[in-house]
Ligand binder design. Structure first.
Ligand SMILES: C[S@@+](CC[C@H](N)C(=O)[O-])C[C@H]1O[C@@H](n2cnc3c(N)ncnc32)[C@H](O)[C@@H]1O
Length: 253
């Protein structure tokens, strides 16, 4: 992973996709609130929109991503800080606005620091966004209540997705997986077919990984193979996607 696959689209990502994806972000925030998951890592945070929505809902969120372009978009004050500032001015509790963390990370797979930081320093404004590979998160075990992996697993080769999921379950006991699922009934088919269009437009490698992910049963297949216990399930994208709240099952390592 040398070139940034999001370099060309990062600037346009929110404009094009927020109308579709904001429903997912609200669903994630609703589940966090309902389940008392108040310290959350968004491990492939992209432009940081999910973190902003979580913060607006009173959930502390740290965002991590390996794309410098997406993190650049996330660091723009209009995209990340505004919901937080609005809450703060109306008296609501809020993690301070995001400021970039000095990264010093050069390669595509950053190495974890010798002693992972505890959660409280991470909630300082200067540390709430960072560049990291989801397979190698620079956090101690179980330091978060939950890790969000939203619309990221389907674009990863299988070993990368498995490693990212295992790493998420190291730093938190629960995961929130928002991704594509197989159509369950005929009514789901139009949406399930439609999602091939944006996935195809995202490029050949992206589409190959998406098709592999779907051939292995989508997000439900991944949860099943990993032996996760699903605690909650919400439909997304007219049945073409699902939001799963899950934890390590008895089979999961
Ligand atoms: C389709 S975007 C989704 C972004 C965000 N979760 C959302 O819902 O808008 C996928 C994101 O996953 C990130 N990503 C993919 N593989 C990653 C990895 N191994 N480690 C960290 N981030 C990764 C990409 O850089 C990109 O920002």
């Amino acid at each position: 992973m040398t070139a940034d696959p999001y370099a060309r689209i990062a600037e346009w990502y929110d404009l094009l996709l927020n109308p579709v994806l904001d429903g997912v972000r609200r669903a994630v925030a609703d589940v966090c609130r309902a389940e008392g998951l108040l310290r959350v890592l968004d491990a492939c945070c992209g432009t940081g929109r999910q973190c902003a929505v979580l913060r607006g809902a009173g959930v502390a969120c740290v965002g991590a991503d390996f794309s410098p372009a997406m993190l650049g978009a996330a660091r723009s004050a209009t995209r990340v800080a505004r919901p937080c500032e609005r809450d703060a001015s109306s008296g609501g509790g809020c993690v301070p606005p995001v400021i970039a963390r000095p990264s010093g990370m050069s390669g595509s797979v950053p190495s974890a620091p010798a002693s992972p930081p505890s959660l409280s320093p991470l909630l300082l404004p200067s540390l709430s966004l960072l560049r990291a590979d989801a397979r190698v998160l620079p956090f101690a075990d179980n330091v978060f209540d939950a890790v969000v992996l939203s619309l990221a697993l389907h674009e990863m080769p299988e070993p990368v997705g498995n490693a990212a999921l295992a790493e998420a379950l190291r730093v938190a006991p629960r995961v929130l997986l928002a991704d594509y699922r197989l159509a369950e009934r005929n009514l789901d088919l139009p949406a399930a077919l439609f999602v091939h269009l944006p996935e195809r437009l995202a490029g050949a490698e992206h589409y190959r990984n998406f098709r592999g992910f779907m051939a292995r049963g989508g997000v439900e297949g991944l949860a099943h193979r990993t032996g996760l216990t699903i605690l909650r399930r919400e439909r997304l994208f007219g049945g073409a996607g699902a939001l799963l709240l899950a934890e390590r099952g008895s089979r999961a390592g």
